[in-house]
Ligand binder design. Structure first.
Ligand SMILES: [Zn+2]
Length: 74
């Protein structure tokens, strides 16, 4: 197994371990805050290369519900 396969935040300026959507917890929360405020959507961030288009690793029902709500909001 390769040691270099460590999952790091996809933002070039950030090398913290990923939390969700290929982002570290700090970047993920910063993005999610703006998405919840209705300023951006996850789809936009993915398109801009600022977030991974992956299923959230979080399993909290409220977090998942809010994420789906944010994704469907345009
Ligand atoms: Zn980060």
């Amino acid at each position: 197994m390769l040691m270099s396969e460590k999952q790091a935040c996809m933002l070039p300026a950030c090398d913290r371990t990923t939390y969700s959507r290929k982002l570290c917890r700090g970047c993920y929360c910063a993005a999610q805050r703006r998405i919840k405020a209705g300023r951006y959507t996850w789809a936009e961030l993915v398109k801009w290369g600022l977030a991974g288009d992956t299923k959230p690793r979080i399993h909290n029902p409220m977090s998942i519900a809010l994420e789906k709500k944010a994704e469907s909001a345009e």
